[in-house]
Write a protein that binds this ligand. Structure first.
Ligand SMILES: [Zn+2]
Length: 428
């Protein structure tokens, strides 16, 4: 039995629902909510008090800057595929319990907070800044996530303010906390420790959330192996896997991570050099669209290294709290011409809920079997979109029974939820 360390993403008020991207405009457009023009603006904690465990402020800042550069430099097959740049604004000075509320927007544990009017995600402390806080000893993590949370949570991050401009919803502020208690040089039950190289994978993951990336379940089987002590497939574990499994491996973006950021912020080279496949996931009747199906395209000759996924029905509008939006579309981009891919689908693990969820459904869609569709598909020219014609069907028909009753009407809008804090055994 082992405890696992969780990454958390921040939870948001309806009507914003996370999806392949961490946020989708479910109110109006059904599109990903992104930083405008791919410009991610951040403000880092600074000063002598801004240490991160055993790291000085300068060292922590250098790590963060370096990992932002790594995300920005995402490339596939030698082509720059993501158009993301970072702009660092004024440093924050030192942040601790005494001035945390000036910088971080949250609903304290055990308190009930009023829902904010959209487009504010939570809280009303719009500051014009996007703080990245270095929690030196876990006290900030405990203050935000609850007492003792700092023993299991390495960090948490996400957008916090979104604003509509010319009809399009953009992220205008984000926030992140990195929990330095894990790298303070003390290793005991009340103060767990991981090597800085491992913790770096957690930083890289959280910065992915700030950019707008959601979690992914690609290569769940490799994770299960790893948890059983077989690390032979560690490199197959994506950065944005919901759990901290192997920090060093997760510090290296997987193909799925590369495709994810490139799909959100595509460079011209991404659109013109790679293919995509589009299809729809259905219930067993082959006619009723099904949301929340993890659809995976995997290179037939190297499936662990080159697999990428998309959860059906991620782009939708309306309020469907039970994963029953009539939306089953999926689109998988970043596919290489003349490479044969299999198309697979599977349920998202029921273990992934709350702050570890893979959207658009929390809890995940269930009651259907995983399957590898017969045949393979491939595109023959760059920029192609596959919808029909290859051997593998582009439609996914699951074994999930057809609903016998129409879904109940959506409930009124909810207030902001909280991240669920989980320290438990992972049972995929
Ligand atoms: Zn995460």
């Amino acid at each position: 039995m082992r405890a696992l360390f969780f990454f958390l993403i921040l939870a948001f008020a309806w009507p914003l629902r996370a999806a392949g991207p961490i946020l989708v405009d479910t109110e109006v457009t059904g599109l990903s909510v992104l930083w405008k023009d791919g410009v991610v603006r951040v403000n880092l904690e600074s000063g002598a008090g801004g240490t991160l465990g055993s790291l000085s402020n300068d060292e922590a800042v250098a790590l963060v800057r370096g990992f932002f550069e790594d995300w920005s430099a995402t490339g596939i097959d030698g082509l720059a595929t993501a158009a993301v740049v970072f702009q660092e604004g004024a440093p924050l000075g030192s942040v601790d319990g005494s001035n945390l509320d000036d910088h971080f927007t949250y609903c304290p544990p055990g308190k009930s907070c009023p829902a904010e009017d959209p487009p504010f995600v939570s809280g009303s402390a719009r500051t014009g800044q996007s703080p990245i806080l270095f929690d030196d000893d876990g006290s900030i993590t405990d203050a935000i996530q609850g007492k003792g949370a700092s023993l299991s949570i390495l960090g948490f991050a996400g957008p916090r303010v979104v604003e509509r401009e010319d009809g399009v919803l953009y992220i205008t502020e984000g926030q992140a906390v990195l929990n330095g208690k894990f790298i303070n040089g003390v290793s005991e039950p009340a103060d767990p420790e991981v090597p800085v190289e491992e913790f770096s994978g957690a930083i890289f993951h959280e910065l992915g959330h700030l950019i707008g990336l959601d979690h992914t379940q690609v290569n769940l089987g490799s994770v299960v192996k790893h948890l059983k002590g077989d690390a032979s497939e560690a490199e197959a574990i994506p950065t944005m896997f919901p759990l901290f499994i192997d920090g060093a491996a997760q510090l290296t973006p997987h193909y799925d991570d590369q495709v994810a950021i490139s799909s959100l912020y595509p460079s011209p080279a991404f659109g013109s050099n790679f293919c995509r496949i589009e299809g729809t996931a259905f219930r067993a009747d082959g006619a009723t669209e099904l949301q929340g199906v993890n659809v995976i395209a995997a290179n037939g000759s190297d499936p662990l290294a080159e697999s990428t996924s998309f959860v059906s029905g991620s782009f939708f509008t309306g309020a469907f709290p039970d994963c029953d939006a009539p939306a089953g579309e999926f689109v998988i981009a970043g596919l290489k011409p003349d490479v044969s891919y299999t198309l697979q689908f599977e349920p998202i693990s029921q273990a992934f809920t709350g702050g570890s969820s893979v959207e658009p459904c929390d809890p995940p869609q269930k009651d259907f079997e995983a399957e590898v569709l017969p045949g393979v598909f491939r595109c023959s020219s760059k920029g192609e979109t596959i919808t029909v014609g290859s051997e593998a069907t582009t439609d996914v028909v699951t074994t999930k029974a057809v609903a016998v009753a129409p879904p109940p009407p959506p409930p009124p809008s909810e207030g902001s939820g909280g991240c669920s804090l989980v320290i438990s055994d992972f049972a995929p």
